[in-house]
Design a protein around this ligand. Structure first.
Ligand SMILES: NC(=O)c1ccc[n+]([C@@H]2O[C@H](COP(=O)([O-])OP(=O)(O)OC[C@H]3O[C@@H](n4cnc5c(N)ncnc54)[C@H](O)[C@@H]3O)[C@@H](O)[C@H]2O)c1
Length: 137
């Protein structure tokens, strides 16, 4: 898939695998919205990414992916800044037996992100019309 000019949202993008996904997408000339619960780490990561890949190519939105309103905020901020959404990397996740309720709301519920935040469907419909298939990872 040609990635140049595509717009991606990476949940849990402030650290770990999400940060690595963001770097790879930016290297391939995508614009990236890093969406993460950890504001401090998020701000630090986007400063790093802006320095490496350009001020205008990265955005940070603080968000809890288990919160419907936060997901809408991420979608709206990304469209406002970059004009559209082509790729969603649904990466944010947690582990730990003692936090099992939180684990279910973050790891399991977000598998149904299109139902939780129907706005994300829009990019698939748009992309069907314009001949590019949106990507959910
Ligand atoms: N690293 C592995 O070996 C491995 C193996 C299997 C699956 N996974 C899955 O891959 C994903 C990333 O793993 P990782 O090792 O990079 O994890 P990590 O803990 O290093 O990073 C997770 C990121 O998600 C963010 N996050 C946590 N809860 C959030 C929430 N509710 N809303 C928004 N952001 C939130 C954290 O702040 C953090 O920046 C997770 O879903 C994990 O379960 C990882």
């Amino acid at each position: 898939m040609e990635l140049t000019g595509k717009v991606a949202i990476v949940t849990g993008g402030a650290s770990g695998l999400g940060k690595a996904f963001s770097q790879v997408l930016l290297k391939n000339e995508c614009k990236v919205c890093v969406a993460d619960l950890n504001q401090q780490e998020g701000e630090k990561t986007i400063q790093e990414l802006k320095k490496a890949f350009g001020e205008k190519n990265v955005l940070f939105v603080m968000c809890d992916v288990s919160n419907e309103k936060d997901l809408e905020k991420v979608f709206n901020e990304t469209v406002k800044t970059f004009g559209h959404v082509d790729i969603l990397v649904n990466n944010a996740g947690i582990g730990g037996e003692s936090r099992w309720k939180e684990v279910i709301s973050v790891d399991l519920v977000c598998e149904f992100i299109f139902d939780i935040c129907p706005n994300f469907r829009i990019f698939l419909i748009r992309d069907k019309i314009f001949g590019f298939t949106g990507l959910l990872l």
